[in-house]
Write a protein that binds this ligand. Structure first.
Ligand code: NAD
Length: 590
């Protein structure tokens, strides 16, 4: 980090603010506002990441850290806090607009500042993290109460529960006494326990915690009682941490929508103190936003997730997966093709991947007929190198996917002793390694990007239904099911959901390509025809599986048995394994 740090005080009405500036003042200024009960030190990690490209400024807000402020709550209204913010901006960047970034209460203050009438002259952009505009929040809550739907009630209840501490802060005397008596000492331990993040304690924490209560008392009730309609034309990026315990994504993203001309909402995987724990990620998001042509004319086109957030704004009839990127392997036929089309219908861009180039090209045509964008790739999912190359190509051409459907798979049936090593290698290669490669390559990208995502793996009812004729296929699918459950547990911390789909007997091409080991070519052909006829008569199309896959992503379902036989199989496996064992001896192909 460039060691060009300056510290000085800015005198404001009723206080003196301790300000620090970093880096070259001729570069664009980024002004970072800290939250409660932090000081400007909370930004240290972000400052280090930004200082090579920007003139970075932090300050302790009034009454906090090294800044001085009044003793009573009327000195802490948002109006005064926003005045302070303008005063600092005027000193550090006289006559030049700045980029604002606010966290927690810093975000609340910055909202107040960017929704002033003259804000477009002072601010080039605003990135808000975990702190709503109090007026927007109050209006959003009221609109929920006016049209009380069950969804709105749940969303308001969740936010109310997350805001319990605000009520506590209004109790007379108690919160200030608690801070003074020992909460400050315990604070790092508390944050570590709820967030898994270590925060530095400042020497002033006990005073700051207690003084900061005045921020709440001066503003919460007045804003709740008399919210104003505050708008802004400054481009706003709202970053919503996936595990924020204090501000729900619903509040952070829905409340500002009617009041912002250009709103961009992006998920970031992490907790409330993400500015400490993932400073580099936050700095990267700020950079991407302020350098893009949304904010800086002539800058690069915004990344995909910024586009998506813009499309989301204010449009009620927006399709659910608008501007999302969905990768489907084995998309040339059956469930894969139907899934590609189902996501395309919901507005997603689709990466169509298959080992069969002609079949994949046909799916691309169909996706494009639905008005969606499609990317065509020929890839063998069983090959580690091919999958790594494929994933990199996708990232370069289309970006990091939001959803990956590891669907490619093959069938195999027949006695275990007739199943040769090369048969095992083939089925495990496609059905198991294919899923592993897909989850590894794209999972790593999703984790790195830090905006969450979803991985869908095509398992099968065979994963939990033993059968004397399906040892190889069932083994491969049981592995997929267990892999999915393990990944789900591991990836949830990155905001990545994982679902395993267990379809049942679905009429697709799989019955025509399944290998029946131990049979001659003619016998195999006859068996294929018979099984294909059975599946056709069962009459359960891949579109229904595709709909369930879309629903699984929407509501983050862990395991989805689709057709009746898949549900019944799961029930039997759970309730009566003995019955399942008896049924396993039946040969459905015989
Ligand atoms: P399908 O044969 O109609 O489609 C499978 C697609 O995967 C084909 O386009 C094929 O070219 C492609 N593929 C095969 N090997 C590949 C490879 N190595 N690399 C890339 N692509 C490859 O089959 P389907 O029924 O749509 O099956 C899709 C998935 O659903 C499979 O994993 C299958 O095991 C699973 N499944 C199907 C059923 C069913 O009854 N159809 C039931 C349970 C599970």
């Amino acid at each position: 980090m460039t060691q060009d740090v300056r510290s000085f005080a800015v005198t404001v009405d009723g206080g003196k603010l301790s300000v620090r500036t970093y880096g070259d003042p001729s570069k664009p200024t980024v002004l970072l506002i800290h939250g409660y009960p932090d000081t400007q030190a909370v930004w240290d990690g972000v400052v280090s990441e930004l200082v090579d490209d920007f003139h970075v400024v932090t300050y302790d807000t009034r009454g906090i850290g090294a800044s001085k402020g009044p003793l009573f709550k009327h000195g802490y209204t948002l109006e005064r806090l926003a005045d302070d913010l303008y005063a600092v901006a005027d000193v550090v960047a006289p006559g030049l607009p700045v980029h604002l970034v606010g966290h927690d209460w810093g975000s609340v203050q910055a909202w107040e500042a960017v929704t002033r009438a003259d804000s477009a002259e002072r601010f080039l952009s605003y990135t808000s993290i975990s702190g709503p505009c109090l007026d927007h929040a109050a209006l959003w809550t009221r609109s929920g109460l006016r049209k009380p739907t069950p969804k709105a009630a749940v969303r308001s209840l969740k936010q109310a529960l997350a805001s319990w501490y605000i009520v506590a802060f209004h109790l007379p005397v108690a919160p200030r006494v608690v801070w003074r008596l020992g909460l400050a000492k315990q604070w790092p331990r508390i944050v570590k326990a709820i967030e898994g993040t270590s925060v530095e304690t400042s020497a002033t924490l006990s005073r700051d915690g207690s003084r900061g209560v005045l921020y709440y008392r001066a503003n919460m009730l007045p804003k709740l009682r008399h919210p104003q309609e505050r708008s802004t034309s400054v481009p706003v990026q709202v970053l919503t941490p996936t595990r924020d315990r204090f501000v729900t994504p619903a509040l952070a993203t829905q409340a500002p929508a009617p009041w912002t001309e250009r709103l961009y909402v992006r998920q970031v995987s992490g907790g409330h103190w993400i500015v400490v724990k993932k400073a580099a990620l936050i700095a990267e998001r700020v950079k991407e936003f302020v350098l893009s042509d949304i904010v800086t004319p002539g800058g690069p086109e915004p990344v995909r997730s910024l586009l998506r957030a813009e499309a989301r704004q204010g449009t009620k009839d927006r399709r659910e997966f608008e501007d999302k990127l969905v990768v489907v392997t084995g998309a040339g036929s059956g469930i894969g093709r139907a899934t590609a089309l189902a996501f395309a219908e919901q507005g997603a861009d689709i990466v169509v991947a298959d080992i069969d180039a002609v079949a994949a090209a046909r799916t691309v045509e169909l996706v494009e007929l639905l008005g969606a964008r499609a990317y065509l790739y020929t890839v063998d999912v069983a090959s580690a190198e091919a999958m790594e190359r494929f994933a990199e190509d996708v990232r370069t051409a289309a970006g990091v996917p939001d959803v990956v459907v590891n669907n490619a798979g093959i069938g195999m049936s027949g006695p275990f002793l007739a199943t040769e090593v090369k048969d095992w290698e083939r089925i495990l290669g496609v059905n198991v390694w294919g899923v592993i490669h897909g989850a590894r390559c794209f999972g790593e990208m999703m984790r790195e990007r830090g905006e969450g995502g979803h991985i869908v793996n095509l398992a099968s009812a065979a994963a939990y239904t033993p059968s004397r004729t399906l040892s190889a296929y069932s083994t491969s699918k049981a592995a997929v099911l267990m892999l999915s459950e393990c990944l789900r547990a591991e990836f949830s911390r990155y905001g990545i959901g994982v679902s395993a789909i267990c379809p049942g007997f679905i009429a697709t091409n799989i019955t025509r390509t399944t290998k029946f080991v131990g049979q001659s070519a003619e016998q195999q052909e006859r068996t294929r025809q018979r099984i294909t006829g059975l599946y056709r008569r069962r009459n359960f199309g891949p579109e229904k599986v595709a709909d369930r896959i879309v629903a699984a992503v929407r509501s983050d379902k862990p395991v989805v048995p689709v057709a009746l036989e898949a549900k019944a199989g799961r029930a039997i496996a759970r309730l009566s394994p003995a019955l399942a064992r008896r049924m396993a001896k039946i040969d459905p192909t015989g």
